[in-house]
Design a protein around this ligand. Structure first.
Ligand code: FAD
Length: 539
C-alpha cells in the first residue's frame, strides 16, 4: 500500500476529486486503483473563507510495480509506503498461570490496561471505587440538579473515569510510534463510537455515547475472564521489602497479587496520601488553575470559519490560545468544549470545581473552555502533596464564594477586567448547574493568576474577535487540569522504589486526556504481561 500525505482539496470538493487526485499524482489508470482509504482528514482554516481539507490516504494498487513507483517519488516525502498500523499483542498468557494482575481504577487508563490484559488471556481484577457507569450517571445528574453530592460516585469517580461526562475529545500530542492510539480508537469504535473517530483529525465522542461504550467494554473484559468490582475502594497497597504483595479494600478484604496497577486519576487525593504514607516515591508536578469561559458558539464559529460557519464537515468550531504574560506566567485555553456546558466536577464535599462537557452533536448554544495559568512546584514548596492542598484551598474558597451550596462563583469578563462587582449576566447565559452566583472573582485565585488572566483576556480578544467581550462569562474555579503529583516510575513501568507497583495514567503523571490515558494503559498492560510471563517461566 502507498501512503499519500498532505493531499489538499477544497472544503466542498466532489466525491470524484480524491480519485482524480490520486490517479494524476501517481500517474496510474483507474483500473490500477483498487481502493482509497482515508487514514486521516483534517482541515486548514487559516483563511476562513477558503478552507482546505487535508487528507492522508492509503492507496491499494493492482498491477503496479510499487517499489519502482515509490523510487520515482524518492524526493517527495508525501509519497511513502504505508506503515503497518495493526496492533500486535506482545504475548499471551501461558497455560497454568494462576496469578492475576490487579488494576485499581476504571478510567480510560485502567479500562485499557484491563482490556488488553484480558485480550492476552491474563484475567485482570479491576477495582473501581465508584459505581457502574449507569448508576454513576444517575448520581452525577442528581448532583447537578439538586446539589446532593456523592463523594464516591460523581464526575471524577466511577466506571469510565473522569472523562465519561465530557466532550470525549480524542486527540493527544503524545508521541505514538506504535499506533497505540489507533488501537484505542478501534476499540472505542467496536464498542459503538462513530467510525469517523478513526480518521478525523480532531475526533470527539460526547457524553451519551461514552456511557454505553464503557458498559460494552466492561462486558468484553468479563467475557474474556476478567473481573470488575464496583464500589470497591483500595485503601492500602500491601508492601513487603518494597515489593507489592496485594491490596486491602475498604471493607478489610485482602487480595493478593505481585502485580498492582495504580490507574487512580488525578482526583484520588486520599489514595495519593495513602501511597505517600506507604513510602511510594512521588514528586510534585506542575498543573494549572483558572476559570471556565463561555461565549456564544455562533460567535466562535463566525470568527473561525467566516462564511463557512455551520458547514457539516467542520462542525462547531474550537480554538486553542496561549499568552505569555509580563509576570512570567503563561495563560492558555484548555479542554475546549464546542457547543457544550460547564459542569460541576467536584469529588469532595464543600468544594466547587469546574470542567466542561458536550454531546456528540455539540449543539448547545455556548462554547466553553478553561482559561488557566500554569503553576510550578515552586509555587507550593516542592512538597508532593502541597499541590493537592492548594487545589483544595481554592475549591473550598470557591464553594464559599458561590454561596456554600455548590453553586459556582461567576462574573462577566467586563466586570472582571475592571475589577468591579459582579453584575447580573447579559447575553451569555452561564450553563453551570446547579447554578451560579454572580460575584467578584478577584479573590478566587492567587493574585499572580488573576493578574495573568486579566492580561491574557484582551490579548485573546485580538486573536478571536469578541473573546474579551464584556458579557463573556467566567465561572470558577478550574483546578483539576492535571495531576499535582507524579508517582515516579522507571523504564520498566514500575514504581522507582516499589517493585510490582505500576503507576499509570493521568493520576501518576503519565497522561493528560482520554486518548493518552488509553495509550498509557496499553503500554502498562504490555509491561505487566511480559513481567508476569517472565516470572512464570522462571518459577
Ligand atoms: P481517571 O479517568 O481519573 O480514572 C481513575 C479512576 O480510578 C476513577 O474512576 C476513580 O474512581 C478510580 N479510583 C481512584 N482511586 C481509587 C481507589 N483507591 N480504589 C479504587 N478506584 C479508585 N480528556 C480528553 O481527552 N478529552 C475530553 O474531552 C475531556 N473532557 C473532560 C471533561 C471532564 C468533565 C473531566 C473531569 C475530564 C475530562 N478530560 C478529557 C480528562 C480525562 O477525563 C482524563 O484525562 C482521563 O480520564 C484520565 O484517565 P485515567 O484513567 O488516568 O484517570
Amino acid at each position: 500500500m502507498i501512503r499519500l500525505n498532505q493531499v489538499k482539496l477544497p472544503l466542498d470538493h466532489d466525491e470524484a476529486a480524491l480519485q482524480d487526485f490520486v490517479l494524476q499524482k501517481l500517474s496510474i489508470s483507474a483500473e490500477q486503483l483498487v481502493d482509497i482509504h482515508v487514514f486521516k482528514r483534517g482541515y486548514d482554516a487559516r483563511k476562513k473563507n477558503q478552507i482546505w481539507l487535508i487528507y492522508t490516504l492509503d492507496i491499494t494498487l493492482v498491477e503496479v510495480d510499487e517499489p519502482a513507483l515509490l523510487a520515482s517519488f524518492a524526493d517527495d516525502q508525501n509519497v511513502r509506503v504505508s506503515p503497518d498500523t495493526d496492533y500486535k499483542y506482545v504475548t499471551k498468557a501461558p497455560d497454568g498461570l494462576t496469578e492475576r494482575p490487579i488494576v485499581i481504577g476504571m478510567g480510560p487508563c485502567g479500562l485499557f490496561v484491563g482490556l488488553i490484559l484480558a485480550q492476552m488471556g491474563f484475567k485482570p481484577i479491576i477495582l473501581e471505587r465508584g459505581k457502574s457507569v449507569h448508576e454513576r450517571a444517575k448520581d452525577t445528574f442528581r448532583f447537578w440538579r439538586t446539589s446532593e453530592l456523592n463523594t464516591e460516585s460523581n464526575v471524577q469517580f466511577g466506571e469510565g473515569g473522569a472523562g465519561t461526562f465530557s466532550d470525549g475529545k480524542l486527540y493527544s500530542q503524545v508521541k505514538d510510534p506504535g499506533f497505540k492510539g489507533l488501537k484505542v480508537k478501534q476499540e472505542f469504535v467496536a464498542a459503538g463510537a462513530p467510525a469517523e473517530i478513526i480518521y478525523v483529525s480532531k475526533p470527539h465522542i460526547g457524553t451519551y455515547k461514552l456511557v454505553t461504550m464503557v458498559e460494552k467494554m466492561r462486558r468484553e473484559i468479563i467475557r474474556l475472564g476478567g473481573e470488575v468490582r464496583f464500589e470497591t475502594r483500595v485503601d492500602q497497597i500491601n508492601i513487603s521489602d518494597r515489593k507489592v504483595t496485594g491490596v486491602t479494600l475498604r471493607n478489610g478484604e485482602v487480595l493478593n497479587s505481585k502485580y498492582v496497577i495504580a490507574a487512580i486519576g488525578h482526583s484520588a487525593r486520599d489514595t495519593f496520601q495513602m501511597l505517600h504514607d506507604q513510602g511510594v516515591y512521588m514528586q510534585a508536578q506542575s498543573f494549572s488553575i483558572g476559570f471556565r469561559i463561555e461565549h456564544k458558539q455562533a460567535m466562535i464559529d463566525k470568527d473561525r470559519f467566516g462564511s463557512n460557519a455551520g458547514h457539516p464537515i467542520l462542525g462547531a468550531a474550537d480554538y486553542k490560545l496561549v499568552h505569555h504574560c509580563k509576570n512570567g506566567r503563561s495563560v492558555y485555553s484548555f479542554c475546549m468544549c464546542p457547543g457544550g456546558v460547564v459542569v460541576a466536577a467536584t469529588s469532595e464535599e464543600h468544594a466547587v470545581v469546574t470542567n466542561g462537557m458536550s454531546q456528540y452533536s455539540r449543539s448547545e448554544r455556548n462554547a466553553n473552555s478553561a482559561i488557566v495559568v500554569g503553576i510550578n512546584p515552586s509555587d507550593f514548596d516542592n512538597d508532593p502533596l502541597q499541590g493537592v492542598a492548594l487545589q483544595r484551598k481554592l475549591e473550598r474558597n470557591a464553594y464559599v464564594m458561590g454561596g456554600s451550596n455548590y453553586d459556582a462563583p461567576a462574573q462577566m469578563v467586563g466586570d472582571f477586567l475592571a475589577a468591579g462587582a459582579g453584575k447580573p449576566f447579559e447575553n451569555v447565559e452561564p450553563s453551570y448547574k446547579p447554578n451560579v452566583k454572580m460575584t467578584d472573582l478577584s479573590d478566587a485565585l492567587p493574585a499572580y493568576a488573576i493578574d495573568a488572566i486579566r492580561e491574557a483576556l484582551p490579548a485573546f480578544g485580538k486573536k478571536i474577535r469578541g473573546f474579551d467581550n464584556k458579557d463573556s462569562m467566567l465561572t470558577g474555579v478550574e483546578t483539576r487540569t492535571s495531576s499535582p503529583v507524579q508517582i515516579k516510575r522507571g523504564a520498566d513501568y514500575q514504581s522507582v522504589n516499589t517493585k510490582g507497583l505500576y503507576p499509570a495514567g493521568e493520576g501518576a503523571g503519565y497522561a493528560g486526556g482520554i486518548l493518552s490515558a488509553g495509550i498509557d494503559g496499553i503500554s502498562i498492560a504490555e509491561a505487566v504481561a511480559l513481567d508476569m510471563l517472565k516470572e512464570f517461566e522462571n518459577s
